[in-house]
Design a protein around this ligand. Structure first.
Ligand code: PMP
Length: 292
């Protein structure tokens, strides 16, 4: 069955979902996006994703034609049109059609596209065995440049890191910030368990404020772990008891080796496994219902 795509207030078949080559999203990567998941007939953390989308748009002065409530309905409608209960949803808002110059004032209306699709999950063996990943040379954009808190269509910084990871046969890439502290991965936030505490880089390290990051922090606190947002180095990472990544696609995924150094026992640690279990319970039982 061909996917049904939402494009500028219409739902059309995939073949008819077309964006102009003069759209500045295409010409300049000028726009913002969100990746959202639905589990078991509910959209997980939908309000949080919508909030982040509007915040990203506000910073880049991109006008979204819909109100947040209308956006929520458009997302649900797109999932319903595709009759999905479990889905990956991509919301993309680009600056719209302009001329060949980069001035956004020439773009009259932003373009909104919503794609709801079946998910291709990470291989389950990664959740049992953990990932072996590497640090890459490309540093994460700093907040003093284009702030990584903006989830923009301009992902070249992360794509460069992903290319380097691919060259090293690493399934994800650890990116450092300009000062050499651990920032995040190309599409995931990073956590370590060190001396029995859960540590993740602060937003000011230059990272995306991941929605699954916030969920993992909350779940860890409920499990009685002390959670700290603190800068750390690769040295801290190598000597951590546990490490895991969070993100919409990856959910919560263990890391057992970094740059050839075994992390902890070399197997997913007990705190990580507990957080994974709680995370799964939460995704299956909460969220905005898709069908009435
Ligand atoms: N960092 C980056 C750079 C990302 O693109 C993402 C989203 N894939 C994340 C972290 C994780 O954010 P979230 O938990 O909201 O998916």
């Amino acid at each position: 069955m061909s996917r049904k795509i939402y494009i500028n207030s219409e739902i059309v078949s995939e073949e008819n979902a077309k964006v102009s080559v003069l759209d500045h999203g295409y010409l300049y990567g000028d726009g913002v996006f969100e990746g959202i998941r639905a589990y078991n007939g509910r959209v997980f953390k939908l309000d949080e994703h919508i909030k982040r989308l509007y915040q990203s748009a506000k910073t880049i002065m991109l006008k979204i034609e819909l109100t947040p409530a209308e956006m929520k309905e458009a997302i649900l409608e797109t999932i319903r049109a595709n009759e999905l209960k479990d889905a990956y949803i991509r919301v993309v808002i680009s600056r719209g059609i302009g001329d060949l110059g980069l001035d956004p004032l020439k773009c009259k209306n932003s373009t909104l596209v919503i794609i709801a699709s079946k998910i291709s999950l990470y291989d389950p063996k990664f959740y049992e065995e953990g990932l072996k990943i590497k640090t890459v040379p490309t540093r994460r954009n700093g907040p003093e440049m284009v702030n990584p808190r903006i989830k923009s269509l301009n992902y070249l910084n992360n794509i460069m890191a992903r290319i380097e990871a691919n060259l090293m046969n690493s399934p994800e890439a650890i990116m450092l910030n300009s000062e050499g502290y651990v920032a995040e991965c190309t599409g995931d936030n990073i956590f370590i368990v060190y001396d029995g505490e859960l540590i993740t880089p602060p937003i000011t390290a230059g990272i995306l404020r991941g929605i699954k990051r916030e969920v993992a922090m909350q779940l860890a606190e409920e499990l009685g772990l002390n959670v700290k947002e603190m800068l750390f180095t690769r040295h801290d990472l190598f000597n951590a008891e546990e490490c895991f990544l969070t993100g919409t696609a990856a959910e919560v995924i263990p890391v057992v080796e970094v740059d050839g150094r075994q992390i902890g026992s070399g197997k997913p640690g007990p705190y990580t496994n507990n957080i994974i279990e709680k995370f799964r319970e939460l995704t299956q039982s909460t969220g905005v219902p898709i069908y009435k």
